[in-house]
Design a protein around this ligand. Structure first.
Ligand code: RIB
Ligand code: NA
Length: 309
């Protein structure tokens, strides 16, 4: 089938508790509100790209349980192709208990479950059944060997690759950079990956060059309210893309809104200048922090200002 954006990654059920502050070790506190939501970085990025209008397919795995069945239904409601989303009896669907405090900050525990059952063979089979996809996106919530196999296979097929190295890990092998056309961490992931401090735009600019040195073609560091910093291997001149200030309600999944949007622009508006794609992706991510939840806060094409599409 004809696909614009392929996501190879995780599906989680997010179990979100809203608290006034995070508990200390050994402490029990009362939460204010609870809700479940469809999450997982892969699924979030996939839904974002699809809501903007990209023909999107999810390559992933869920458990043979109610969270898994609900997850498949949610993808269908978001017009995502689910032919390559398999169900396994070996593990349960991934879950992510999340705490969100009064300032909109979050802390997350991920129990991967079925996400760790996605194999390189699953990816190869899926890609062999798609008609010339334009962009492939991976994160690090599935096995690293599967991510690397996906990036390599995509490169061999001439598909543009995006790696969102999240959650961050120290000492990610250089191959992950070399097979990434776009390598897109946030500030804390960049700190873990490079060992550098990334607390302001100037530091992010320096870090972006270190990411390029590891072999990616373009490095994009997302910086929340500060927008993003990017640099290309060709120009090696880091640039800052600012974003208008907003008061966040819930920042969970904002990074995923950015990556899903970037994938959409690369696949469906490839003639746009990269800086413009990044600016628009930041704007879409900004709208997502204004309402609670992850996918629930991601805008649909129809609700966006026409200048973004
Ligand atoms: O990036 C946000 C996501 O990270 C959540 O949806 C949660 O599932 C975790 O994977
Ligand atoms: Na949100």
């Amino acid at each position: 089938c004809q696909i614009d954006v392929v996501i190879v990654g995780s599906c989680n059920m997010d179990l979100i508790s809203y608290v006034s502050r995070f508990p200390k070790p050994g402490e029990t506190i009362h939460g204010k509100r609870f809700c479940t939501g469809f999450g997982g970085k892969g699924a979030n990025q996939c839904v974002m790209a699809s809501r903007l209008g990209a023909k999107t397919a999810m390559v992933g795995k869920v458990g043979d349980d109610s969270y898994g069945r609900d997850t498949i239904m949610n993808f269908k409601e978001n017009n995502v192709v689910t032919d390559f989303l398999n169900t396994t009896k070996e593990s349960s669907t991934g879950v992510a208990p999340i705490l969100v405090d009064d300032s909109g900050q979050n802390s997350i525990v991920i129990v991967s479950g079925a996400n760790f059952q996605i194999t390189p063979v699953d990816v190869q089979q899926a890609l062999s059944q798609m008609e010339s996809p334009k962009v492939l996106v991976c994160q690090l919530e599935i096995l690293q060997e599967t991510v690397l196999a996906a990036l390599k296979e995509a490169r061999a097929l001439g598909i543009t690759t995006i790696l969102n190295p999240a959650p961050g890990v120290p000492g990610l092998p250089d191959e992950f950079y070399q097979y990434s056309d776009f390598f897109c961490p946030n500030e804390t992931e960049t700190e873990l990956l490079t060992g550098l401090s990334v607390s302001c735009v100037e530091e992010a600019k320096k870090a972006s060059l270190v990411l390029l040195d590891k072999g990616c073609k373009t490095a994009i560091i997302t910086m929340g309210g500060e927008g993003a910093v990017y640099a290309t291997a060709e120009a090696r001149t880091p640039l800052h893309v600012p974003v208008d200030a907003v008061t966040p309600v819930d920042t969970t999944g904002a990074g995923d809104a950015f990556i899903g949007s970037l994938a959409f622009y690369l696949a469906n508006h490839s003639s746009l200048e990269l800086g413009e794609m990044i600016k628009r992706s930041c704007e879409i991510a900004s709208t997502s922090v204004l309402s609670p939840g992850t996918q629930t806060s991601f805008p649909w094409k129809q609700s966006l200002h026409p200048h973004l599409l």
